[in-house]
Design a protein around this ligand. Sequence first.
Ligand code: SF4
Ligand code: SF4
Length: 188
Amino acid sequence: MTRTAIPVTHQADSDIAPVREMVSACMQCGTCSASCPNAEAMDMTPRRMWRLTLLGQQDKVFDSTTFWMCSNCYSCSLRCPRGLPLTRAMNALKRIAAQHGDKGLARKGAFYHTFMDNVRRHGRVQETELMQRWMMTMKSPALALQFAPLGLKLMGKGKVHLTAPASSQEGRLEPLFQKAAEMEGRHE
Ligand code: SF4
Ligand code: SF4
């Protein structure tokens, strides 16, 4: 499949400089790719993405879905033999893409933020609420129509419900999110 590279604004180009700095000592060993539980869902491996970042090929980096597929598990950061802050770098790419990208990137960013907020509050994904909130965020009735057939099919199989069921895991992941924020020097 041929994909059209997403144009990166000049500002995004300069914003990626700190990310390049974070991965500047990468020796291309591939440990990050081998450790990543989401690598199969990515369209390029983390190792390749860091290489492209260092080569200044940010169009290819921002055209990739790799950083959006990162679920912040920290496996790569913990195993990188160079001790590079790879999860932080992934999150920085998400922030830059959301700030400077086109409509497609904004949509991915909105889904990502809604997903993370959903997991944070409930301790697991609550699909019904996730989709409701995402569609409200996107303010697009077309989205509701687009997903209606799938939603009805899943409801028929009892996989999703109109109202989100109560979770016994409410708030249980909060300390984990707090710790991640602390590790990345973010204030919440
Ligand atoms: S594990 Fe670290 S050094 Fe190895 S490829 Fe990944 S970023 Fe580079
Ligand atoms: S933090 Fe992201 S990129 Fe790193 S191993 Fe986990 S999912 Fe993969």
